[in-house]
Design a protein around this ligand. Structure first.
Ligand code: DAH
Length: 342
């Protein structure tokens, strides 16, 4: 009896020493297993119970329980102390007076900035936004725009064709046709910003996927002076009042007469030389005739309405505005470039 009592005292003292010495959860658990585990010291000591005379069992049982409870309580206390210690350590180096970390915020891409500005200017003049599909029929992209089958732009080496015969639109001019097909009657006054696709070699001034802004105004008695006034107002609003605008005769299949527009930017810091910036012209009657055939009515009949159209490259407008020398900057997502617009 006294034997077992002193054995238990020793076990308890050893256990408490081991628990006290534990430095982390792992060594604490090792101590628990060593004393309370299946073949732990205390568990083994308990095995004497079965050989004890009956009258001694309650007393020894009580001693065993006390030892187990004392060790368990010590384990629990130590575990809590270790957790508290770890918590304290994890915030020990925390300086609450440090400024917060700033998260990088996104910003609007220069192309989007420019498109928004262009849209806003044309809104002032009553132009609505229009869209059309990027996967187009040959008819909408070429035939209806008076572009003959042998026109070089229709060549497989210039245009992305699908097996179905459809294509990726080479210009946004197809939206002119879509809009006239879908509008009940003139007037039509729209701009259509959107992507265009060409099988071009990519270099400092060419991408195979780029963006254009198309414009169309159709009504009775739209004249060339409307076209000039509108586009002069637009370029002066965009690049500054002192911007000069020049219309140079050109050829496009879907307009007659046709012009290329050059601008000369004289605002501070901009190069004062003529730069080609857009194509435009009076809608060719042949376009109205094709549209009328498709509609099956004469709402857009070439003897009833006239109109002007224009198209320009969004990347080019943007490069001129910001002095960007290489078009590829606009698609490479280099933050050093983009941050300048944030
Ligand atoms: N579609 C022409 C191009 O991609 C640009 C253009 C020229 C559009 C004259 C027009 C226009 O609407 O009238 O080169």
């Amino acid at each position: 009896m006294s034997d077992i009592a002193s054995t238990l005292t020793t076990i308890q003292a050893d256990a408490i020493a081991a628990i006290t010495a534990a430095t982390d959860e792992r060594s604490l658990d090792d101590a628990r297993v060593a004393f309370l585990g299946k073949s732990g010291t205390l568990t083994k000591a308990s095995s004497v119970m079965k050989d004890l005379p009956k009258e001694e069992k309650p007393k020894v049982g009580q001693l065993l329980n006390q030892a187990r409870q004392a060790i368990t309580a010590e384990l629990d206390a130590k575990r809590e102390a270790l957790i508290a210690e770890a918590d304290a350590k994890s915030v020990a180096d925390l300086d609450l007076t440090l400024p917060g970390r700033t998260l990088p915020t996104g910003a609007i891409h220069p192309l989007t900035l420019m498109q928004d500005r262009v849209t806003k200017i044309f809104r002032q003049l009553g132009f609505a936004l229009a869209t059309g599909p990027e996967v187009e029929t040959e008819w909408h992209c070429f035939d209806a725009l008076n572009t003959p089958a042998d026109h070089p732009a229709r060549n497989e080496s210039d245009t992305f064709y699908f097996d179905s015969g459809k294509l990726l639109r080479t210009h946004t001019s197809s939206v002119q046709i879509r809009t006239m097909e879908e509008t009940a009657a003139p007037p039509v006054r729209i701009i259509a910003p959107g992507s265009a696709f060409r099988r071009d070699e990519i270099d400092a001034t060419h991408l195979s996927v780029f963006n254009q802004i198309e414009g169309l105004y159709v009504a009775e008695n739209v004249t060339l002076s409307d076209l000039k006034g509108t586009l002069e107002f637009f370029f002066k609003s965009l690049y500054g009042e002192s911007t000069e605008v020049r219309f140079r005769p050109h050829f496009f299949p879907f307009t007659e007469p046709s012009f290329e527009i050059d601008v000369k930017l004289t605002a501070a810091g901009k190069d004062a030389k003529w730069i080609e910036i857009a194509g435009c012209g009076m809608v060719d009657p042949a376009v109205f005739d094709e549209v009328s055939k498709a509609r099956g009515n004469e709402a857009f009949g070439s003897d009833k309405v006239t109109g002007f159209a224009f198209g320009m490259g969004l990347e080019r407008l943007t490069m001129i505005e910001y002095g960007i020398a290489d078009i590829r900057h606009l698609i490479e997502n280099d933050q050093r470039f983009l941050n300048q617009f944030a």
